[in-house]
Design a protein around this ligand. Structure first.
Ligand code: FPP
Length: 241
């Protein structure tokens, strides 16, 4: 990554990148491997790319690992993803906490076996004092999150307002994403960060998630930093037409 891009990230222009990690299945088909091998390669890529983002100064990273709709996949694929996730809780995800990154799981934990929930909560509490964050959306749905946040606000006796809802979102520890990257050529949000995406910039690439490289992340960052963000206002210095 070039120096100017790094400096602009360090100055806070790009605080939060979120990834929709798509294309594990297509990667596996192209490589003549099983879908589960595609997910294993995707998980390795997740570990490398999330670490890289923190290294280049992006303080908050979010990944969409399993949606509330992914339960509709064949039982064998769902259980392989659960096993992969469970093994990552003990290894790669724990390593983030050792590097002083706060780990937060976005989504409803209730369908997971108690042993997994215990590990997830332990990782969250062990790292809760750190400010750089890795959000892992697992059994996550944007609509479910908004309903959940409203219920929590009401249970706390709060009136519903934008601030109250935002305070109770699973992502409350992070600012809204500046940039949402989706791989594998799809151009959909797929129920991801519906509330938080209000002013996010989108970046799509045909690269399949398991093939995503640091150079691809650099490209997305450079593209993002070229854009003008007015957040619904107007550009105070529009320059000549
Ligand atoms: C989308 O590809 C990917 C998923 C539904 C799962 C994403 C999970 C990982 C990358 C593993 C992450 C694991 C951890 C430990 C966080 P797809 O299967 O929909 O691909 P396709 O559209 O090409 O079939």
């Amino acid at each position: 990554m070039d120096r100017e891009t790094k400096e602009r990230i360090a100055s806070g222009e790009l605080r939060h990148i979120a990834f929709i990690m798509d294309g594990n299945g297509r990667w596996a088909t192209r490589a003549g491997k099983s879908r589960n091998e595609g997910h294993r390669k995707g998980a390795k890529t997740f570990e490398e790319i999330a670490s890289y983002c923190h290294e280049i100064g992006v303080r908050h990273v979010t990944v969409y690992a399993f949606s509330t709709e992914n339960w509709r996949r064949p039982e064998s694929e769902v259980s392989a993803l659960m096993r992969l996730f469970s093994s990552y809780l003990d290894t790669a995800i724990r390593r983030f906490t050792e590097k002083k990154v706060r780990v937060v799981f976005l989504g409803d934990k209730t369908p997971f076996p108690p042993a997994i929930v215990k590990k997830m909560k332990r990782l969250e509490s062990d790292s809760s004092s750190y400010s750089d964050t890795l959000n892992i959306a697992f059994n996550y749905g944007g609509r479910e999150e908004i309903v959940h946040a409203c219920r929590e606000a009401l249970a706390a006796g709060e009136e519903i307002s934008e601030e109250a809802v935002a305070r109770h979102l699973y992502t409350a520890a992070s600012p809204d994403p500046d940039l949402i990257v989706r791989t594998a050529g799809e151009m959909r949000l797929s129920n991801f960060l519906l509330w938080q995406a209000a002013y996010a910039e989108f970046y799509y690439t045909d690269v399949l998630w398991p093939d995503m490289t640091f150079a691809d992340v650099d490209k997305a960052c450079v593209d993002f930093l070229r854009r003008k963000r007015n957040f619904g206002g107007i550009d105070p210095n529009p320059g000549p037409d």
